[in-house]
Design a binder for this molecule. Structure first.
Ligand code: SGN
Ligand code: CA
Length: 513
């Protein structure tokens, strides 16, 4: 056992001011974050489809959160929850398109005020300008994969290169300056666009997985029986909604808007990038066009092509993390630095026939979370504590010796670094998805998840019903047990728990019975 690692941190914010100068045993925090990286595509978390050697290194040398979740499975809302430690209704960012109120309490602002050097580089997606960063340079909106534009306080510029590499280069440039300029602890948020749709791989990964056949998920041809009507009413099917050019890089008819978006992405490429791109897809595209598969074979073909490109994007992100880990090693900063890897929500890799996210079902509610800090976390630590993105802000604050001024909904994960679960740790998670109607057509819903059960309430006037899953007996969530007499008591308890959580967090009332 390590000796109690956080004596200084327990002293709290009041003492911080008095001891600031003596406190620079505060760790650096490097937060490497990606967009839409499914837990199923991380080998340390059980992937059947790829290996992620650098993310796995965090697992081997640090802690893996095996039960990690978001509170609202969509981009902006997850980011806002991370910054504030609050559920969506309380931080005001319920759905993409909202504007983040950066005047509220966030952990980067507090770290900056407490003497951390702070930077935010890459995907931000919160509409308002970042606050709390000495340096920020972000992708406008969703950003572009090739030769991305970047916004900073100085304006807009285009940087040649592949987005994941560009973001990593800029992050490392900033880190280099930290070493050159002083001994402040630092917070770096290095946030990638990849592996977000439209899954355009980088030049270095274009040939990866060529000729690899990925295992077909058991629910690729899901019939959505056993659940309420919302699941069947989706618009995120590999079969019906995944387009040829935009999603699969193959000129073969298409939705006009998405076809134009794909053409736009190609037009950004330099001639050399474009030549590599065309060469990588040409032969396989021609084979497809010569003899296009149909029916179930077409769905399987689309799934394979989707997986190859998605996983190529993931490989780029993994490589980026490797570069940052190597930089820390070269600088001798490993012991002083907490490195966290996470992604804004989970994603469907063909499960239930889907891509995209949003649902409270497992693949999209789960969130990768791994962390390494050799000085304080034993190698190979695992925890099954239920954790959520609202916990990140209180964690980073505690590491900086700070306490939130306004209460947060999340709780610091620091006590979990030792591997055990404190006896008063939470037993349930609150979830609420708001973005409806919208792209991909997921009905608004909220619910509660415990270590074994999940209760979901779809509450829109024309889609109002409940689902209940026993995750132990039905890990794929294909048979709701709502109103099953065998689970009557569980159902009652879960409903009461959902009500308790909603009241505790001051969540808005919802309609529906
Ligand atoms: C875009 C994508 C959607 C995706 C949302 C939200 N469409 O709108 O497929 O669900 O982003 O993603 S696209 O045609 O523009 O690619 S999020 O991760 O940013 O929330
Ligand atoms: Ca996302």
């Amino acid at each position: 056992m390590l000796p109690s690692p956080f004596p200084a941190l327990a002293l709290g914010a009041a003492l911080f001011a008095a001891t600031a100068a003596a406190q620079d045993d505060r760790p650096n925090i490097v937060f490497v974050f990606s967009d839409d990286h499914a837990v199923q595509a991380i080998s340390a978390l059980g992937s059947r489809v790829n290996v992620t050697p650098n993310i796995d290194r965090l697992a081997r040398e640090g802690i893996t959160f095996r039960q990690s979740f978001c509170c609202n499975s969509i981009c902006g809302p997850s980011r806002a929850a991370i910054l504030t430690g609050l559920h969506s209704h309380a931080n005001g960012f319920r759905q993409n398109g909202d504007r983040f109120d950066g005047d509220q309490q966030t952990f980067p602002k507090m770290l900056q005020a407490a003497g951390y050097a702070t930077a935010m580089i890459g995907k931000w997606h919160l509409s308002s300008d970042p606050q709390g960063f000495d340096h920020w340079e972000v992708l406008p909106g969703q950003g572009q994969y090739y030769n991305p534009d970047l916004l900073s306080a100085k304006g807009r510029r285009r940087v040649e290169g592949y987005c994941t590499d560009v973001v990593t280069d800029l992050a490392i440039d900033w880190l280099d300056e930290r070493v050159a300029e002083g001994d402040q602890p630092f917070l770096l948020m290095c946030q990638h666009k990849a592996p977000h749709r439209p899954w355009l791989p980088g030049p270095g990964e274009l040939e990866l997985y060529e000729n690899v056949e990925f295992p077909i998920p058991e629910t690729l041809f899901d019939d959505y029986e056993g659940r309420g009507p919302a699941a069947a009413d989706h618009a995120m099917g590999i079969d019906a909604h995944m387009t040829f050019a935009y999603d699969l890089q193959i000129p073969h008819g298409d939705d006009e808007r998405l076809r134009r978006a794909y053409d736009g992405a190609l037009k950004r490429m330099t001639p050399a990038q474009r030549a590599r791109w065309d060469a990588a897809f040409e032969a396989e595209n021609q084979a497809f066009l010569d003899d296009p598969p149909v029916g179930a074979e077409l769905v399987k073909w689309k799934y394979q092509r989707y997986m190859r490109n998605y996983l190529r994007c993931v490989a780029g992100v993994d490589k980026s993390l490797g570069r940052i880990l190597r930089w820390l090693e070269d600088q001798g900063l490993e012991d002083d630095t907490l490195v966290v890897y996470s992604s804004d929500q989970g994603f469907y890799l063909g499960e239930h026939g889907w891509f995209d996210k949003r649902w409270m079902y497992e693949e999209s509610m789960r969130m990768p979370l791994l962390a390494r800090w050799p000085a304080r976390i034993e190698p190979g630590t695992n925890t099954d504590a239920l954790v959520q993105n609202i916990d990140y802000a209180p964690t980073f604050l505690e590491l900086a010796g700070l306490a939130p001024k306004e209460p947060m909904h999340g709780r610091s994960l620091v006590p979990l670094f030792a591997g055990g679960i404190p006896s008063d740790w939470r037993h349930s998670l609150y979830y609420h998805y708001y973005e409806s109607p919208s792209e991909h057509q997921v009905a608004a819903h909220r619910g509660v998840r415990t270590d074994r059960y999940k209760l979901i309430h779809f509450f829109e006037p024309n889609r109002s019903y409940w689902e209940l899953y026993d995750l132990e007996r039905d890990p794929q969530e294909v048979q709701s047990r709502y109103d099953d007499p065998e689970l009557a008591e569980v159902q009652k308890q879960l409903k009461a728990e959902l009500q308790r959580l909603a009241e505790r967090f001051g969540a808005p009332e919802v309609g529906g019975g």
